[in-house]
Write a protein that binds this ligand. Structure first.
Ligand code: UDP
Ligand code: MG
Length: 308
Protein backbone atom coordinates (compact mmCIF):
# COMPACT_ATOMS: atom_id res chain seq x y z
CA UNK A 1 0.00 0.00 0.00
CA UNK A 2 1.36 3.42 -0.95
CA UNK A 3 1.38 6.27 1.49
CA UNK A 4 0.61 9.77 0.22
CA UNK A 5 1.67 12.82 2.20
CA UNK A 6 -0.18 16.07 1.64
CA UNK A 7 1.74 19.16 2.69
CA UNK A 8 -0.33 22.24 3.35
CA UNK A 9 1.48 25.52 4.14
CA UNK A 10 -0.86 27.73 6.15
CA UNK A 11 -0.52 31.35 7.10
CA UNK A 12 -3.65 32.87 8.63
CA UNK A 13 -5.95 30.37 6.97
CA UNK A 14 -8.61 29.91 9.66
CA UNK A 15 -11.33 30.76 7.16
CA UNK A 16 -10.20 28.42 4.41
CA UNK A 17 -9.04 25.42 6.48
CA UNK A 18 -12.46 23.85 7.19
CA UNK A 19 -13.27 23.85 3.47
CA UNK A 20 -9.89 22.40 2.59
CA UNK A 21 -10.07 19.65 5.19
CA UNK A 22 -13.48 18.61 3.94
CA UNK A 23 -12.14 18.33 0.39
CA UNK A 24 -8.98 16.39 1.19
CA UNK A 25 -10.94 14.03 3.42
CA UNK A 26 -13.27 13.37 0.52
CA UNK A 27 -10.37 12.69 -1.84
CA UNK A 28 -8.75 10.33 0.68
CA UNK A 29 -12.05 8.46 0.96
CA UNK A 30 -12.14 8.10 -2.82
CA UNK A 31 -8.71 6.46 -2.76
CA UNK A 32 -9.17 3.62 -0.28
CA UNK A 33 -6.13 1.74 -1.60
CA UNK A 34 -3.77 4.44 -0.35
CA UNK A 35 -2.79 5.54 3.11
CA UNK A 36 -2.74 9.31 3.73
CA UNK A 37 -1.10 11.80 6.01
CA UNK A 38 -1.99 15.50 6.09
CA UNK A 39 0.85 17.72 7.24
CA UNK A 40 -0.21 21.26 8.06
CA UNK A 41 2.61 23.78 8.32
CA UNK A 42 1.56 26.64 10.53
CA UNK A 43 3.77 29.48 9.31
CA UNK A 44 3.44 31.76 12.33
CA UNK A 45 -0.28 32.45 11.86
CA UNK A 46 -1.78 35.13 14.03
CA UNK A 47 -5.30 33.73 13.85
CA UNK A 48 -6.83 30.43 14.99
CA UNK A 49 -5.14 28.31 12.30
CA UNK A 50 -3.12 26.24 14.79
CA UNK A 51 -6.07 25.68 17.11
CA UNK A 52 -8.15 24.49 14.18
CA UNK A 53 -5.45 22.07 13.09
CA UNK A 54 -5.15 20.73 16.63
CA UNK A 55 -8.90 20.19 16.73
CA UNK A 56 -8.70 18.27 13.45
CA UNK A 57 -5.93 16.14 14.90
CA UNK A 58 -8.11 15.11 17.83
CA UNK A 59 -10.59 13.46 15.51
CA UNK A 60 -8.29 12.39 12.66
CA UNK A 61 -4.93 10.80 13.39
CA UNK A 62 -3.81 11.31 9.80
CA UNK A 63 -3.47 15.01 10.64
CA UNK A 64 0.00 16.20 11.64
CA UNK A 65 1.37 19.66 12.04
CA UNK A 66 4.60 21.61 12.27
CA UNK A 67 4.23 25.02 13.83
CA UNK A 68 6.89 27.69 13.31
CA UNK A 69 8.06 30.18 15.91
CA UNK A 70 7.18 33.04 13.52
CA UNK A 71 6.31 33.64 9.89
CA UNK A 72 9.14 32.25 7.75
CA UNK A 73 7.39 32.38 4.38
CA UNK A 74 5.84 29.74 2.17
CA UNK A 75 9.18 28.52 0.83
CA UNK A 76 10.30 27.61 4.35
CA UNK A 77 6.92 25.95 4.89
CA UNK A 78 7.38 23.80 1.80
CA UNK A 79 10.85 22.77 2.93
CA UNK A 80 9.65 21.88 6.43
CA UNK A 81 6.77 19.91 4.97
CA UNK A 82 8.96 17.93 2.60
CA UNK A 83 11.29 17.19 5.49
CA UNK A 84 8.53 15.88 7.73
CA UNK A 85 6.74 13.86 5.07
CA UNK A 86 7.04 10.10 5.45
CA UNK A 87 5.01 9.10 2.38
CA UNK A 88 6.09 7.30 -0.80
CA UNK A 89 4.40 10.08 -2.75
CA UNK A 90 4.35 13.65 -1.58
CA UNK A 91 2.00 16.43 -2.65
CA UNK A 92 2.13 20.16 -2.02
CA UNK A 93 -1.19 21.92 -1.86
CA UNK A 94 -2.35 25.43 -0.91
CA UNK A 95 -4.80 25.89 1.92
CA UNK A 96 -7.14 28.16 -0.01
CA UNK A 97 -8.53 25.52 -2.43
CA UNK A 98 -6.93 27.28 -5.41
CA UNK A 99 -5.37 23.87 -6.02
CA UNK A 100 -8.29 21.47 -6.55
CA UNK A 101 -7.61 18.39 -4.35
CA UNK A 102 -9.90 16.39 -6.65
CA UNK A 103 -7.01 16.27 -9.16
CA UNK A 104 -4.93 14.20 -6.75
CA UNK A 105 -6.43 10.91 -7.85
CA UNK A 106 -5.62 11.57 -11.49
CA UNK A 107 -2.14 12.73 -10.53
CA UNK A 108 -1.45 9.60 -8.51
CA UNK A 109 -2.67 7.36 -11.28
CA UNK A 110 -0.40 9.10 -13.81
CA UNK A 111 2.58 8.56 -11.56
CA UNK A 112 1.71 4.91 -11.06
CA UNK A 113 0.87 4.00 -14.63
CA UNK A 114 3.42 5.97 -16.62
CA UNK A 115 7.09 6.59 -16.25
CA UNK A 116 6.85 9.96 -14.49
CA UNK A 117 8.52 11.21 -11.31
CA UNK A 118 6.25 14.14 -10.80
CA UNK A 119 2.86 15.44 -11.85
CA UNK A 120 2.69 19.21 -11.66
CA UNK A 121 -0.05 21.69 -12.42
CA UNK A 122 -0.21 24.98 -14.20
CA UNK A 123 -3.05 27.35 -14.68
CA UNK A 124 -3.90 28.29 -18.22
CA UNK A 125 -5.40 31.68 -17.39
CA UNK A 126 -5.19 34.29 -14.67
CA UNK A 127 -8.86 34.96 -14.28
CA UNK A 128 -9.72 37.18 -11.33
CA UNK A 129 -6.22 38.68 -11.17
CA UNK A 130 -5.54 42.38 -11.83
CA UNK A 131 -4.37 42.76 -15.48
CA UNK A 132 -1.27 44.69 -14.49
CA UNK A 133 -0.20 41.82 -12.24
CA UNK A 134 -0.71 39.30 -15.04
CA UNK A 135 1.34 41.49 -17.37
CA UNK A 136 4.29 41.65 -14.99
CA UNK A 137 4.01 37.94 -14.24
CA UNK A 138 4.27 37.21 -17.98
CA UNK A 139 7.33 39.44 -18.32
CA UNK A 140 8.95 37.72 -15.35
CA UNK A 141 8.59 34.26 -16.90
CA UNK A 142 9.86 35.58 -20.22
CA UNK A 143 12.96 37.11 -18.65
CA UNK A 144 13.85 34.29 -16.29
CA UNK A 145 13.54 31.69 -19.01
CA UNK A 146 15.79 33.75 -21.23
CA UNK A 147 18.57 34.27 -18.72
CA UNK A 148 18.41 31.09 -16.69
CA UNK A 149 19.27 27.55 -17.72
CA UNK A 150 16.61 26.23 -15.38
CA UNK A 151 13.16 26.12 -16.89
CA UNK A 152 10.48 27.97 -14.95
CA UNK A 153 7.09 27.14 -16.43
CA UNK A 154 4.70 30.07 -16.89
CA UNK A 155 1.65 29.72 -14.70
CA UNK A 156 3.10 26.76 -12.81
CA UNK A 157 1.62 26.35 -9.37
CA UNK A 158 3.33 24.74 -6.44
CA UNK A 159 0.56 22.10 -6.48
CA UNK A 160 2.32 18.86 -7.45
CA UNK A 161 2.69 15.20 -6.55
CA UNK A 162 6.23 13.87 -6.44
CA UNK A 163 7.95 10.56 -5.84
CA UNK A 164 10.06 10.04 -2.75
CA UNK A 165 13.17 10.05 -4.93
CA UNK A 166 12.47 13.51 -6.29
CA UNK A 167 11.64 14.88 -2.84
CA UNK A 168 14.92 13.52 -1.47
CA UNK A 169 16.80 15.38 -4.20
CA UNK A 170 14.95 18.58 -3.36
CA UNK A 171 15.84 18.14 0.30
CA UNK A 172 19.48 17.78 -0.68
CA UNK A 173 19.33 21.37 -1.88
CA UNK A 174 19.81 23.01 1.50
CA UNK A 175 20.12 26.57 0.22
CA UNK A 176 18.79 29.36 2.36
CA UNK A 177 17.34 31.48 -0.46
CA UNK A 178 14.74 29.05 -1.68
CA UNK A 179 12.87 29.64 -4.90
CA UNK A 180 10.86 26.45 -5.27
CA UNK A 181 9.67 27.05 -8.80
CA UNK A 182 13.33 27.03 -9.83
CA UNK A 183 14.34 24.19 -7.52
CA UNK A 184 11.67 21.87 -8.98
CA UNK A 185 13.02 22.53 -12.46
CA UNK A 186 16.66 22.33 -11.41
CA UNK A 187 16.46 18.82 -9.92
CA UNK A 188 15.14 17.55 -13.24
CA UNK A 189 13.15 14.28 -13.36
CA UNK A 190 10.29 13.60 -15.69
CA UNK A 191 7.34 15.87 -15.06
CA UNK A 192 3.85 15.60 -16.45
CA UNK A 193 1.92 18.88 -16.62
CA UNK A 194 -1.79 19.14 -16.00
CA UNK A 195 -3.46 22.41 -16.94
CA UNK A 196 -6.55 23.83 -15.33
CA UNK A 197 -8.40 27.11 -15.20
CA UNK A 198 -7.61 29.48 -12.42
CA UNK A 199 -9.74 29.01 -9.32
CA UNK A 200 -10.26 31.90 -6.94
CA UNK A 201 -9.44 31.50 -3.29
CA UNK A 202 -12.36 30.09 -1.28
CA UNK A 203 -12.04 32.37 1.75
CA UNK A 204 -9.55 34.69 3.41
CA UNK A 205 -7.06 36.87 1.59
CA UNK A 206 -3.97 36.45 -0.53
CA UNK A 207 -0.70 37.07 1.32
CA UNK A 208 0.95 38.59 -1.73
CA UNK A 209 1.07 42.27 -2.50
CA UNK A 210 2.22 43.51 -5.87
CA UNK A 211 5.50 44.75 -4.42
CA UNK A 212 5.98 41.49 -2.53
CA UNK A 213 5.63 39.57 -5.77
CA UNK A 214 8.04 41.92 -7.50
CA UNK A 215 10.74 41.32 -4.87
CA UNK A 216 10.06 37.58 -5.02
CA UNK A 217 10.58 37.60 -8.78
CA UNK A 218 13.94 39.34 -8.35
CA UNK A 219 14.90 36.66 -5.81
CA UNK A 220 14.02 34.03 -8.35
CA UNK A 221 16.19 35.61 -10.99
CA UNK A 222 19.13 36.02 -8.63
CA UNK A 223 18.77 32.47 -7.31
CA UNK A 224 18.72 30.87 -10.75
CA UNK A 225 20.80 33.07 -12.99
CA UNK A 226 24.09 34.94 -12.79
CA UNK A 227 23.43 36.62 -16.11
CA UNK A 228 22.73 40.06 -14.55
CA UNK A 229 26.38 40.12 -13.42
CA UNK A 230 27.42 39.57 -17.00
CA UNK A 231 25.11 42.38 -18.09
CA UNK A 232 26.93 44.70 -15.68
CA UNK A 233 30.30 43.77 -17.22
CA UNK A 234 29.01 44.21 -20.75
CA UNK A 235 27.73 47.68 -19.87
CA UNK A 236 31.16 48.52 -18.48
CA UNK A 237 33.00 47.42 -21.61
CA UNK A 238 30.50 49.13 -23.91
CA UNK A 239 30.84 52.46 -22.14
CA UNK A 240 34.65 52.31 -22.05
CA UNK A 241 34.50 51.89 -25.80
CA UNK A 242 32.12 54.84 -26.23
CA UNK A 243 34.33 56.99 -24.00
CA UNK A 244 37.37 56.08 -26.11
CA UNK A 245 35.55 57.17 -29.28
CA UNK A 246 34.49 60.44 -27.68
CA UNK A 247 38.05 61.18 -26.54
CA UNK A 248 39.34 60.61 -30.07
CA UNK A 249 36.72 62.96 -31.50
CA UNK A 250 37.53 65.68 -28.97
CA UNK A 251 41.29 65.43 -29.58
CA UNK A 252 40.74 65.66 -33.33
CA UNK A 253 38.39 68.64 -32.96
CA UNK A 254 40.81 70.48 -30.66
CA UNK A 255 43.73 69.96 -33.02
CA UNK A 256 41.70 71.15 -35.99
CA UNK A 257 39.69 74.06 -34.55
CA UNK A 258 41.27 75.06 -31.23
CA UNK A 259 39.69 74.65 -27.83
CA UNK A 260 36.48 76.62 -27.36
CA UNK A 261 34.83 75.96 -23.96
CA UNK A 262 31.45 74.44 -24.64
CA UNK A 263 29.38 71.41 -23.86
CA UNK A 264 28.75 72.05 -20.17
CA UNK A 265 25.15 70.69 -20.26
CA UNK A 266 26.17 67.57 -22.12
CA UNK A 267 28.96 67.05 -19.60
CA UNK A 268 26.54 67.16 -16.67
CA UNK A 269 24.20 64.77 -18.43
CA UNK A 270 27.03 62.37 -19.07
CA UNK A 271 28.15 62.51 -15.44
CA UNK A 272 24.65 61.79 -14.20
CA UNK A 273 24.18 59.02 -16.67
CA UNK A 274 27.45 57.32 -15.85
CA UNK A 275 26.84 57.77 -12.14
CA UNK A 276 23.44 56.15 -12.45
CA UNK A 277 24.76 53.30 -14.49
CA UNK A 278 27.55 52.63 -12.04
CA UNK A 279 25.14 52.55 -9.13
CA UNK A 280 22.88 50.23 -11.08
CA UNK A 281 25.72 47.80 -11.71
CA UNK A 282 26.92 48.07 -8.13
CA UNK A 283 23.36 47.32 -7.08
CA UNK A 284 23.35 44.11 -9.12
CA UNK A 285 26.63 43.13 -7.51
CA UNK A 286 25.21 44.01 -4.10
CA UNK A 287 22.21 41.73 -4.62
CA UNK A 288 24.41 38.74 -5.29
CA UNK A 289 26.68 39.67 -2.41
CA UNK A 290 23.77 39.94 0.00
CA UNK A 291 22.49 36.51 -1.02
CA UNK A 292 25.96 35.07 -0.59
CA UNK A 293 26.18 36.77 2.80
CA UNK A 294 22.95 35.14 3.94
CA UNK A 295 24.00 31.74 2.61
CA UNK A 296 27.32 31.83 4.45
CA UNK A 297 25.59 32.50 7.77
CA UNK A 298 23.94 29.08 7.48
CA UNK A 299 20.94 30.16 9.48
CA UNK A 300 18.18 27.58 9.81
CA UNK A 301 15.49 27.90 7.13
CA UNK A 302 12.78 27.71 9.80
CA UNK A 303 12.41 27.21 13.55
CA UNK A 304 9.86 24.76 14.91
CA UNK A 305 7.95 25.73 18.01
CA UNK A 306 5.83 22.61 18.24
CA UNK A 307 4.95 19.63 16.11
CA UNK A 308 2.87 16.51 16.22
N1 UDP B 1 1.53 30.90 2.89
C1 UDP B 1 2.43 30.54 3.88
N2 UDP B 1 3.29 31.51 4.39
C2 UDP B 1 3.28 32.79 3.92
C3 UDP B 1 2.37 33.12 2.89
C4 UDP B 1 1.53 32.17 2.40
O1 UDP B 1 2.47 29.41 4.31
O2 UDP B 1 4.06 33.60 4.42
C5 UDP B 1 0.60 29.88 2.35
C6 UDP B 1 -0.86 30.28 2.38
O3 UDP B 1 -1.46 29.99 3.61
C7 UDP B 1 -1.46 29.46 1.25
C8 UDP B 1 -0.29 29.38 0.26
O4 UDP B 1 0.89 29.68 0.99
O5 UDP B 1 -1.79 28.14 1.67
C9 UDP B 1 -0.49 30.34 -0.89
O6 UDP B 1 -0.69 31.65 -0.42
P1 UDP B 1 -1.70 32.66 -1.09
O7 UDP B 1 -2.99 31.96 -1.42
O8 UDP B 1 -1.79 33.85 -0.21
O9 UDP B 1 -0.93 33.03 -2.42
P2 UDP B 1 -1.57 33.19 -3.88
O10 UDP B 1 -2.38 31.95 -4.14
O11 UDP B 1 -2.40 34.42 -3.84
O12 UDP B 1 -0.37 33.28 -4.76
MG1 MG C 1 -3.88 31.35 -3.07
Amino acid sequence: MDKISLIIPCYNEEQALPFLYKEIKKVAAEMPGQEFEFIFINDGSRDRTLELVKELRLEDERVHYVSFSRNFGKEAGIYAGLKSATGDYIALIDADLQDPPSLLKEMYESLKSADYDCVATRRVDRKGEPPIRSFFAKQFYRIINKISDTEVVDGARDFRLMTRQMVDSILDMGEYNRFSKGIFGWVGFKTKWIAYENVERIAGQTKWSFFGLFLYSLEGIIAFSTRPLLIASVFGILFCFIAFLMISVIIAKTLLWGDPVAGYPSLICAIFFMGGLQLFCLGILGQYLSKTYLETKKRPIYIVKEKA
